[in-house]
Write a protein of this length. Sequence first.
Length: 302
Amino acid sequence: MDSSAAGPVDHLAVPFASPDELAARLEPALRAALAAGDRVLAVLADAERDAVTARLGAAAADVEFADPLRVHAVPAFTVAVRWARLAHDAPAGRVLVVGQHLELPDRDAEHWPRLDLAIDVAIAGLPITVLCACPADDPATGRTHPRVLTADGPQPGPGYRPPPEAVVEYPPPPPPDLGPADVDLAFGLADLSAVRRRVAAAAASAGLSGDPADDLVLAVNELVSNSVEHGPGEGRLRMWAGRGAITAEVADRGRMDVPFPGLVRPPPTGVRGRGLWLASELTDVLQVWSDDTGTVIRAHTG
């Protein structure tokens, strides 16, 4: 996503106590977007989806409903980037996304505030509105939404703070253990060409070819080059291969203090952060963990 397009953020919480109440509160925005010919994506649980469908009637056929389990199978920052990309991919007009906060397996409660704060960064200045359906009794709703849709209309989110300031309260969970790696090698400046060859070979062994394979090689090259040029000068690359998929991990002893790594494109005059952004654009999922012991970056393709 392009940070040079920074501007207003159209991101509101929609508190609700029942599926029917949510459908009634969403109906004006949904009908207005559909009437304008905008793309509408709704990520709702079954009961809320059924209530919205009943409320809209025939117009519901023009809403793209998505399964929350599939949408949120990836990290929060990745969800935010994918929603922002909808605005870039739309041929004209705006995009409306409705996303519901709900309990999901393998997702901790902090997935939602991380997502909300990442949304504010990813969609800034883009022609997209994100409405978050939140439980009415959630006291944290206002802290991660610039505005809250109340019975009196949109109001400032109580306790809201800028994303770079607030995100430190919601660190991502530690990297999951992927087991023994298929590739495990140390690298330094003299090894960049060898790293590219190893990544290309691993991609081929996993059945990746064409653009996905080339993009993975470029993405890992950017991450490794960052460690060499801007980090401690050396690091460790590990890769895990599956059928049609590769996870590559770059780790070094440096610390990264970027609040939303890879989420937006740095400004043209910037000299840092472009490699992370490019790696995010070239792969399906990019995750970053950083503390006093070092930084771990995982990129997944496939």
